[in-house]
Every structure is written in C-alpha cells, then in structure tokens.
Design a protein around this ligand. Structure first.
Ligand code: NDP
Length: 337
C-alpha cells in the first residue's frame, strides 16, 4: 500500500503516489475508464488527487468529481489549479488576478462537487499581475474556507522566495510547488529544491515517468505503441513529443537491466527514483488504465541504493536535462488568452 508524506512544513499528509488526470479524463479515455482508474487508485491507498480547471477546458474536474462522489471527503486530498485560460476565454478568464482567482475557485468547487479543495495552486507565475494581488486573493480564498492550503507550479527559486515572504505576512500556508521532475528532467535540483527546503515547501512532481517514456515501451526506430499517449492526437501526442527522440529512447532501454536487478518494473523504477529526493512529497502519476495504477503503486516505500542511482546516471548519460534555466524557459512570460 502507498505510504504518506507531509506536504511542506504543514501537518497535511499526502499519498506519496498521487493521481492526476491531465490529458486522460474527458479526453484520451472515456468516463467509465476514468472512474475505474480512480477507483483502482483508491483501492491502492492513494488518497490525493490532482487536477486543474484548464484540463479538458474544465471537463476533467467534472469527471474527477464524479469519480470521487460518495467517498468520505475527509479521507481525500483534492488539489486543483488556476492560471491558464478556461471557458469562453475572455480577457479575464486567465492569469492570477484577484478577479480570475476568486471566480475560478467557485467554478472548480462546483465542478468537483466539494465545498473546499485541500490545495489551490497557481498553475504558473503571472508576470502581468502584482504578486501582492495574487497572494492576497489566495489568502482570501483560504479565509473563506474554500481552500485549506496554497501552492504553485513551475515557479523559479526567486519566485518561490517572493511568494513565501508574502504568504508569511498574510499568515497563509504556502506549502508546495508542482514542477516537472523525472530521471530525464532534473532542472529543479540546482535551485528550486534548495530554496524550497529553506522555505518549508515540498515538490509534488509531475510526469515522473516522462509521460510513459520511462516505462520503456517506446522503442528507438519503431512506431509508437498502439493506444499509448503518443497516439492521442487530441492532446497527449503533442506534449510527449519532446521525449520521443532515438537517443533518449535508446538511453531509456539501458535502464531495463537495472530495473530487473532491483526486482522492479520500469515504471516502478521511474517513480521510486523521484521519491528518493526527500524534498519530493509526491510523485504525481497519470494512468490510462486501472492496471497501470495497480502495478505502479508498488514503487512506494522503495529505497534505491547509491550504486543503483549511479548506474541510472551512467545508463542515461547526457540525455538528462539539468539546466535550471529551463524552469523559467517552459513558463509563459505573458498570460495566454
Ligand atoms: P506520468 O509521467 O506518470 O505519465 C503517465 C502516463 O504513462 C499514463 O497516462 C500512461 O500513458 C503511461 N503509463 C503509466 N503507467 C504505465 C505502465 N505501467 N506501463 C506503460 N505505460 C504507463 O505523468 P503524466 O504526464 O500523466 O502527469 C501526471 C500528472 O501530473 C497530471 O495528471 C497532472 O495532474 C500533473 N501535471 C501537471 C503539470 C503542471 O503544469 N503542473 C503538467 C503536466 C502534468 P498511456 O497508457 O496513454 O501511454
């Protein structure tokens, strides 16, 4: 069963394997499949679920709400996000203005079928809204009882420091950052993680399996497997492209004997790897089928020895991305509309 970790310096525990529904719910998989996958996650002891208003242009929140209906609310941690454009995409349907935050939280709660979310996250940094306005709006969401804690996603070390200083003045618990992190994408290690450790902020890391690439099922020089994310032209295929290069895929194949020696599947090795970092509170995994979740959760509680970690680095060589500048590079510099 899944183990639990504290989120930041708070008393909130999250399941160290957390389930997210980006590009799957209301898009790649039908509602019956989505509900079965969420139930497999619950059966495996996952209590923490992540979504965003922008996923499937709000429809993913509705599906997650349906899938969790009837569960005991206090036994779940439900996370959502605000920033990217939603709905009819008017000038204020985007960003981290007071208007967009205060309107968005109500929409998310209604779609999720809950009175509060456990964590409300700024999906990106908004370069067009004063940070004071954003943090005050988040504080008001917390004081209204609509969110218990606040977090952010893909903020730089400096942005985390500025946000944490304001959160402290406003007495609101700012406890998490949600960045991309995997064996292949390690850009948070140099700056974001040390700053977060100082600030009492945890990472909830997305795409720990590099969207499925670290499962080893994508082979160099071969067509992508039928039914995989890379075939989902509606959405997923666009995002996974960044990893589908023969040098990356060949390096990933070199991990196969390492996983076997550890008695792990490749997805389990990928998830266990991110959990070795103690600033990571949760590996935020996706799944297109219940069987994936049921098998992947065995990564919880696994310790990888130093020689295994070194063998992974040697196998991957120079396909690993480490440049901290890429934390910044992947974030939009102005609001999208
Ligand atoms: P993963 O790296 O965990 O990829 C999940 C995908 O890998 C599955 O949907 C499935 O795709 C494949 N997979 C999973 N298990 C197996 C297995 N055992 N064997 C073979 N293939 C497998 O994470 P995601 O990219 O899905 O991201 C996870 C979550 O992170 C999102 O749902 C969202 O909550 C969050 N996120 C946050 C972002 C942000 O900006 N804050 C950005 C992106 C994601 P398939 O079967 O279709 O090939």
């Amino acid at each position: 069963m899944v183990e639990y970790r504290y989120l930041g310096n708070s008393g909130l525990k999250v399941s160290e394997i957390t389930y997210g529904n980006w590009v799957t719910h209301a898009s790649q998989i039908d509602d019956a499949g989505a509900i079965a996958t969420v139930h497999a996650a619950l059966d495996a002891g996952i209590t923490t679920f992540d979504t965003a208003d922008t996923y499937a242009n709000t429809a993913a929140e509705v599906v997650l709400g349906k899938a969790l209906a009837g569960q005991r609310r206090a036994s779940l941690e439900i996370f959502t996000k605000v920033y990217f454009p939603t709905g009819p995409k008017g000038p204020n349907d985007t960003g981290l203005s007071r208007k967009h935050i205060l309107e968005s939280i109500d929409g998310s709660l209604q779609r999720l079928g809950t009175d509060y979310v456990d964590l409300y996250q700024a999906h990106r940094y908004d370069y067009e809204t004063p940070l004071e306005e954003t943090m005050q709006a988040f504080a008001d969401v917390v004081r209204a009882g609509k969110a218990l804690y606040i977090g952010v996603s893909e903020w730089t070390a400096e942005q985390l420091r500025d946000g944490a200083a304001l959160a402290q003045q406003l007495h609101v618990p700012f406890i998490s950052n949600q960045p991309q992190y995997s064996m292949l994408w390690r850009v948070i290690e140099e700056k974001v993680v040390p700053a977060s450790e100082e600030l009492g902020i945890s990472q909830i890391v997305w795409s720990p399996m590099a969207q499925g690439v670290l499962s080893g099922k994508y082979l160099p020089g071969q067509p992508v497997p039928a039914g995989s994310r890379a075939t989902d032209e509606k959405s997923g295929a666009h995002f996974i492209k960044r990893f589908l290069h023969d040098d990356v895929l060949a390096a990933v194949q070199r991990l196969t004997p390492i996983a076997a020696d550890c008695g792990l599947t490749m997805p389990q090795l990928a998830i266990a790897w991110v959990l070795q970092n103690r600033n990571v509170a949760a590996a935020l995994v996706g799944a297109s089928r219940p069987e994936q979740i049921a098998s992947n959760v065995a990564a919880s509680g696994v310790t990888l020895d130093a020689d295994v970690m070194a063998a992974i680095d040697a196998a991957l060589g120079d396909v690993v991305e480490r440049d901290p500048q890429n934390t910044y590079e992947v974030s939009p510099k102005s609001r999208l509309v």
